[in-house]
Design a protein around this ligand. Sequence first.
Ligand code: TK8
Length: 360
Amino acid sequence: MKKSKLIVALSLVSMMLLSACSTGGTATTPDPEPNTPAEEEPAEEPAGEEEKFVIRAGIGLNDQHPQFKGLEVMKEYVEKESNGRIEMQLFHSSQLGDDIQMMEALQMGSQEVTCPSTAPITSIDNRFMIFDLPFLFPTEEVASDLLDGDLGQELLDGLSDHGLIGLAYWENGYRHLTNSVREVKSPADMEGLKIRTMENEVHLDFFRALGANPTPMPFGELFTAMQTGVVDGQENPVPTIALQNYPEVQDYTTLTGHVYSPFVLLMSKIFWDKLPAELQTVVEDGAILARDEQRRINREYTEELKGDLVDAGMTVTELTTEELKAFQDATKPTVEKFKSQIGEDYVNQVLEEIENLSGN
Ligand code: TK8
């Protein structure tokens, strides 16, 4: 009731203004927003009140995953520090689409935030393929140091040419193989296994090199594909395997750690450009604060949840250094092949930096 009275009042005011203009006898300038009806005036706010913003953040994983916990940390920070000027709405389990669809929605400005692994971002900038090279990072700490340093930042900065703002690297983690057919201890054991991979050429190439039959597929389709036998297996970090209930449809985990997957917290550039500078700072700080907490939770869960896989009836296989070497050797041609595709110099620069960081 109150609202409609206000609208009537506002309409009257605008009618008076309009007639004032026309009685002035000069040609009126066109209304810049001719389609904005009077009802859309911020009727309950006094004029001059600061604009509010809604961030819709969508991910593929479910709300038990450390990635979602990270978004909750960011939401709390951003809503508080913006004094309520920003509201963050969180969506999980591919509710807003898969990684590639959500990145496109960000580019078009119809969604504000998403957080894919780096692998699907290679379709936008192929330098991100560097993180898909098998057995690249010796530890999570070296990965974080490289990502948070100049080399990582340079890649994030490059995304703004593609309508995306790279806010920070979060952590998906070391990827491990699961399947429902047999225990895998060597590349020979992988012969003919149908393995779902992310939509990424490097992954396809090295799973072929290992003798498997890789099938790229969006994450949201994976559980059903395993359940119905469309694929025999998949590869993801421990928190995903445990929290997405993969033990229900998979019997074997091999701790291959073949790739360390970073997540990238992305924001729509169209939305970013609308944010006042002080709110951009709140978002940036929130992304970093949540990053540190998200990585901490991710590492804690990774350790704790390994036991849960065994409790859920899975055979969890740790590889000896020698067994692991057989996997590394088999995937070396992939590294060589993609070195030239990504750019020799660039890859060498990253490898050198990893060496340096590992030495400390
Ligand atoms: C979630 C994905 C997922 C990734 C994958 O949206 O696709 O396997 O590891 O976690 O980014």
